[in-house]
Each structure stands twice: as structure tokens, then as C-alpha cells.
Design a protein around this ligand. Structure first.
Ligand code: ARG
Ligand code: GLU
Length: 684
């Protein structure tokens, strides 16, 4: 009883939903301050002075990162730096397995192709983008006006010498246009990464889950030329001097504390109709989950029998499992919230309001378009989750593409066979194509597929012959292929099958999908605007599109099911509880066991939950406290809340962050790289 009272007392008012544009943060700042934030709108985003936005970057092309020292030191997630860590790894120096720690700046490792992008500023440019547009124009004419004007705006700003890039983005379904100006630095070096047994601790078993104990971070440094400008890698480059960097708080977080995630969420669809939500929650997600379950079960069966196969398929299995788990939470969340019925109810009220306005009939039109597209779209999704997943067919296509472009196939083939286990592929071939055959209407199957299957009598018979006859099962033969073998490659049954599916998709699905999708997008332009007119008092944040956003909330646990309550902070004690040398995902490095055994570290915080509205792309985002100091690094959501890309539920939607104090702990006790602390600024 006492406990309950305490919990109620710390439960603050709810902020939660929303990914706000930093430029317009003055519209939210009162609410942020009411939730505990102690800084101003100008502190968050300013073009006149250094502000927090100047310490946040788009890391690569799909993650976020934050600058944490005046010498350009940068934090992001381990899974965001994964490919760089992997590229530097070899049998002698397995940085993925053992971790990597530069012990001085001269040991930091350059990464070809890696960039970080700072947002210099953003501006609303709707009027300029639509200049010359007349409502009497066709959509094609509108498109060309938009393109012409956008190109001119971008052209007037870009400056490759200074690393200045610009993009005009259509927000609110092209009702508004915003210019984003970035400064892109391209000498970004690896400074540190924990062993994967820390950075990926829990692997796919714990992915999208709480309780979580993953030390999901990696450390980089941005370099610039002597004038602090972007430059290609050079030994003469010097550490970049940021306009602003995050001070680090070691004070930690507790339930109820204000948190603010500043980063680049990739894609959401919060304003779609009930038809789209029904399709996602009741058709697409469940069907894709079932198809992936087939593949995962087959992979798992062979992986558990043979450690070599487990390594071969670890990354593939992780990739398949990541979305598979996310979709389960999404479908369940949509069903639990009754989102389809809630949207239908909203649409009834909207339609009544729209009667007699120019929006009359809009929802019926959208519904008709969805109905027209659905069978084609469903077939497309089946295709991508079945025929497209057979590795033999992928290899055939990749080899054929390389040969047709006169590129050698050696590297590609070596990489393929290194991680190929044919029994898995053969079993998946039968399983997924059988599902395709049973679930697709005959009108939505390639003629080639129907004929061949009829001729073979069964997928098992087809498989036996395909894998016996195709040259693509034979590493030596594939390695020996040259341009001159193109006719032989194109006559191979694996490429034939790949190509039959692909041509079917191109001729029978894609044209309809593209045409109807274009009309759907246009209808949403009206529907988005109409929703804003329908609810003039509601604050509408634009759907995510990898542009910089602010999400604020507070540290909070949740109840995933009856009689269970998850508290929001995990500790090192939990890592030790999970530790098991026999289970790959839970086999921690010995050094962590040793440090723990010395005592005193039981309560070392590792991860925490909060109510910030985040999505894929927010990985690596700074999690900031009420004073604007870094308390964590965002890296995941809980699977029960992944419907937040469509509908946000404050009871279930939680982002998962690494507690910054665990990062410091790992640098000290595992990396012994305490020299990095000298440049960090701690302010508790
Ligand atoms: N679920 C997180 C995301 O969507 C982390 C994925 C990487 N980790 C993993 N165990 N597969 O990106
Ligand atoms: N792990 C995700 C990423 O890489 C973040 C999780 C999510 O919120 O989707 O962006």
C-alpha cells in the first residue's frame, strides 16, 4: 500500500507522444518546462548562438550520435558503429570480439565512407517551393514546380568545399516544405568499442526487451582540417572543435525524472487511416511474422547443432529476427489499443465534419485506393519474404549482375560461401515457397512458378533438382565465372527462377503499386491538411523522416502484463545473473566477472527506460536531463511498444537507453582507457 502511494506520488503529468521539430520548439517549451526541463527554447535550437542541436549529428545515414568534448569526441551505439568495428577486425585483431581501445589519438582508426552531419539550420520554405504553382495545375505540373524550386534553393546553398549539403524535405505529406542545411564531416575515426559480449550483450534474445543489460555504445572522433573545416582523411587533420558539446552528468536518473531525446527518427505513420492500420496490424505484420518464423526455426535448428553454422548465420539470423520481433509488438499493440476501431470512429466524425466541404468523399476515395492496392501489395510483401529470401537465388542474381556489368565475382562469391550453409537454404526454399503457394491466389503467382511446380509435382522434387543442377551451389565453379559465361549463368535454373519472380513483380505488381501509391500520397496531402482543420487545437508533429527531432518524457517503468511491473533501471547485478559461458548471448568477458567479484559494483546502473517517443534512427541519440546534460544513449524500444510508429500508448511505449555511467564504467574497467576522461566535462 505504502509502495503504491509512493509510486503515485512520483508519477508526473504525461508528455510522451511526439517528435517535434527543433526549429518550432518554442511551441513546446512551456510544456517541456512544466515537465521539469530547466533550459530555454534557444538552448535547444538557435541559429544565433551555439545550442544543443550543435552537439547532435546524423551518424552515417541511419543513426544518431553526440559530441562530448571540445576535441570532437563522439558517442553512438555499438550497433551503429558495428560495420566500422567489423571492417577493422581480423583474426589477429578481432575488435568485434575483444573490443578496441585507442590508447592515444594517434591510434584512432580512420573509416572510409563514414560521415557525420551537423544540422546548421532549418527553415520553412513552403512559399518558395510552391512559387509559380497555380491550383489549376495538374499534379505533374505541381511536381515539376516543386522540383525546380527545390533544386534552385539547394543549389544556392550547397558548397562542397565547406561540406555544406542541403535538402528540401516535404513534411506533413507535402503540405509544408522545410530546408535542412547540413555540414558534413568525413574524417571520423574509431576511438573505442567494448567487446561484443558487452556491446551486444543479450544479442537477439534480449533485443527489443526489458530487462535489458546491453552496453550498446561505441566511441568515435571527428577530425577536420586546420581551419576546422571538413576534409578527407589526412594525417594532418586535427580533432574537430565543435560549437557545442554535451557535458556529462554522473548524477544518474530515477523514476519520474525528465528526459529529452535529441535525434533522427527514420520513419513513422501516425496520421494514416484505419485501412492502412488494419492492413499493417491484421495482414502484413502477422503474415510476415509467420514467414520469418519458418526461416528462423530452420536457421535455429542447424545453428544449435553446429557452432560453425551458428557463427555463419549469426548476423543473418539477427537481421531476420530484428523486424520479426518488432512486428509482433506492433501488431499486438495495435490490437490491444483497438486502433482500427478508434480510427474508424474518428473517421466517422471526420466524414460528418467534412460533408459539404472540399474534403467530402476523401476518406471513401482513400479506402477505394487501399482496396485496389492491397492484393498487389500483399503479393509484393510475400515475394520479398519468400522467393527473395532464398540465398541461392540471391547469389545467382548478384553474380549475374556483376558479370553483366563486367565486374569480377571473386569477392562477392567468397563472402557468400563463407557464410553459406546449403541445408538451411534448401529447407527454407521449400518452406517459404510452400507458404507462397498456399497463401497466394493463383492470379497472384508467376506463371513460371505455377508451371514448374505442376511439372515437378512437389517443392521437394523441385528443390532436389534445383540444388543438384544449379552451378551456384559450387563455390569453385562460381569463382571461375567470367563475362563469357553470362549465357550459361542466364540458363541456370537458379537465375531463371529468380528472374521469373522478378519479371513478374516488375510487370504485374509494381506498375499498379506505384500508380496507386502515388494517388494515395496525394490523397494524404488533403487528408493531413483536413485533419489539422478538423482539430485546430491539436498540436501535430510531422511524421519522422530522419530529420532532427526532439522527444521528451520521463524515466518510467511499465506493466507489460497483468501482475508484472518492470522497474526502469537495470544494474550490473543483472548482468551477472544472466552470465552463462554456455550461452553465446550471455557469455560476458572474464574481466567483467573479475571486477564484479571485487565487490561494490552490484548497483552499477546499466540501462534505463523512459517514455520518449523514438523510432529506428534514434539509435545513438543523446538522452539529456532537465539541465541539458547527457545521462544516456538511446538504443532501442520495448517490443510491447513498437506500435508507436503508428499509434503511441503512454502505458506501453518505452525507449531503452544505456546509462552513461555504464559507458564510463566500461571505459575504466574493461577498456582501461581512462585517458578519454580527461577531455570529457562532468557536471553533476
Ligand atoms: N532493436 C534495435 C534496432 O532496431 C537494435 C538492433 C541491433 N541489435 C540486435 N541484437 N540485433 O536497431
Ligand atoms: N535500434 C533502433 C535503431 O537502430 C532503435 C530502436 C527503435 O526505436 O526502433 O535505430
Amino acid at each position: 500500500m505504502l509502495l503504491l502511494l509512493c509510486a503515485a506520488a512520483v508519477q508526473p503529468v504525461r508528455a510522451e507522444e511526439g517528435m517535434w521539430l527543433p526549429m518550432l520548439i518554442s511551441q513546446r517549451i512551456d510544456d517541456m518546462q512544466a515537465h521539469g526541463f530547466r533550459l530555454t527554447a534557444e538552448d535547444v535550437y538557435s541559429i544565433n548562438q551555439a545550442s544543443l542541436k550543435d552537439a547532435v549529428v546524423l551518424f552515417g545515414s541511419g543513426c544518431t550520435g553526440e559530441v562530448v568534448s571540445r576535441d570532437g569526441l563522439l558517442f553512438t551505439n555499438h550497433h551503429c558503429g558495428f560495420s566500422q568495428i567489423q571492417q577493422h577486425s581480423s583474426v589477429e585483431h578481432d575488435y568485434l570480439k575483444d573490443g578496441f581501445w585507442a590508447m592515444s589519438r594517434s591510434e584512432e582508426l580512420p573509416n572510409k565512407g563514414l560521415t557525420v552531419s551537423f544540422l546548421e539550420r532549418m527553415d520553412e520554405v513552403t512559399a518558395a517551393v510552391l512559387k509559380g504553382y497555380e491550383p489549376t495545375m495538374s499534379e505533374a505540373q505541381r511536381d515539376s514546380v516543386v522540383k525546380l524550386n527545390s533544386d534552385a534553393i539547394v543549389k544556392s546553398i550547397v558548397n562542397p568545399d565547406k561540406g555544406i549539403r542541403a535538402r528540401v524535405e516535404a513534411l506533413y505529406y507535402a503540405n509544408q516544405y522545410f530546408l535542412f542545411v547540413y555540414k558534413v564531416y568525413r574524417d571520423v575515426r574509431l576511438v573505442g568499442a567494448p567487446p561484443s559480449s558487452i556491446g551486444k550483450f543479450g544479442g537477439d534474445t534480449d533485443n527489443w526487451m526489458w530487462p535489458r543489460h546491453t552496453g550498446d555504445f561505441s566511441i568515435f572522433r571527428i577530425y577536420a582540417d586546420k581551419d576546422n573545416e571538413p576534409a578527407d582523411y589526412s594525417e594532418d587533420n586535427v580533432p574537430f572543435r565543435p560549437k557545442r558539446f554535451f557535458e556529462i552528468s554522473r548524477a544518474g536518473v530515477k523514476e519520474g525524472d525528465f528526459t529529452f531525446v535529441y535525434g533522427c527518427p527514420g520513419s513513422t505513420k501516425e496520421y494514416v487511416t484505419s485501412d492502412e492500420v488494419r492492413y499493417v496490424g491484421e495482414v502484413s505484420d502477422p503474415e510476415k511474422i509467420a514467414l520469418r518464423t519458418l526461416r528462423l526455426d530452420i536457421q535455429k535448428k542447424y545453428m544449435s547443432q553446429d557452432p560453425a553454422v551458428r557463427i555463419q548465420y549469426a548476423s543473418k539470423n539477427a537481421g531476420v529476427a530484428n523486424a520479426w520481433k518488432k512486428w509482433q509488438g506492433e501488431a499486438k499493440g495495435i490490437a490491444r489499443l483497438g486502433t482500427v476501431a478508434a480510427k474508424q470512429e474518428y473517421e466517422r466524425r471526420f466524414a460528418a465534419w467534412a460533408a459539404g466541404t472540399r474534403y467530402e468523399g476523401l476518406l471513401d476515395r482513400l479506402s477505394g485506393l487501399y482496396a485496389r492496392r492491397e492484393p498487389y501489395y500483399r503479393a509484393y510483401e510475400y515475394y520479398t519474404e519468400t522467393a527473395r529470401t532464398v540465398e541461392l537465388l540471391q547469389l545467382a542474381n548478384n553474380v549475374r549482375t556483376a558479370l553483366a556489368a563486367k565486374r569480377p565475382v571473386g569477392e562477392l562469391a567468397e563472402a557468400f560461401f563463407k557464410d553459406y550453409y546449403q541445408p538451411i537454404d534448401e529447407e527454407i526454399f521449400v518452406a517459404v515457397l510452400d507458404a507462397f503457394d498456399r497463401q497466394m491466389d493463383p492470379a497472384f503467382k508467376p506463371a513460371y512458378f505455377k508451371e514448374k511446380l505442376a511439372a515437378y509435382g512437389s517443392l521437394a522434387a523441385w528443390r532436389d533438382e534445383l540444388y543438384a543442377k544449379s552451378l551456384f551451389t559450387d563455390r569453385a565453379r562460381v569463382l571461375a565465372l567470367t563475362e563469357a559465361d553470362l549465357p550459361q549463368v542466364e540458363a541456370d535454373p537458379a537465375w531463371e527462377l529468380y528472374n521469373a519472380f522478378y519479371q513478374w513483380y516488375r510487370s504485374e505488381l509494381q506498375p499498379v503499386i506505384e500508380e496507386v501509391s502515388r494517388e494515395i500520397r496525394l490523397a494524404y496531402r488533403d487528408y493531413m491538411r483536413a485533419q489539422m482543420e478538423f482539430e485546430p487545437d491539436k498540436a501535430f508533429y510531422p511524421d519522422a523522416n530522419l530529420t532532427l527531432r526532439v522527444a521528451y518524457g520521463h524515466v518510467a517503468g511499465y506493466s507489460p502484463a497483468d501482475a508484472i511491473y518492470y522497474t526502469p533501471v537495470s544494474t550490473l547485478k543483472g548482468i551477472i545473473e544472466k552470465d552463462n559461458p554456455d550461452i553465446y548471448d550471455y557469455n560476458i568477458p572474464q574481466v567483467l566477472r573479475d571486477v564484479y567479484a571485487q565487490g561494490g559494483h552490484e548497483a552499477q546502473p546499466v540501462c534505463f527506460l523512459a517514455t520518449n517517443h523514438t523510432s529506428g534512427g534514434n539509435s545513438g541519440s543523446p538522452v539529456i536531463n532537465a539541465d541539458g546534460r547527457l545521462v544516456g544513449i538511446n538504443f532501442d524500444r520495448v517490443w510491447e511498444g513498437t506500435m508507436s510508429d503508428i499509434v503511441f500508448d503512454p502505458d506501453y511505449c518505452r525507449n531503452i537507453s544505456l546509462d552513461i555511467r555504464y559507458l564510463l564504467f566500461v571505459i575504466e574497467h574493461v577498456g582501461h582507457a581512462g585517458w578519454l576522461f580527461d577531455e570529457m566535462v562532468f557536471a553533476d
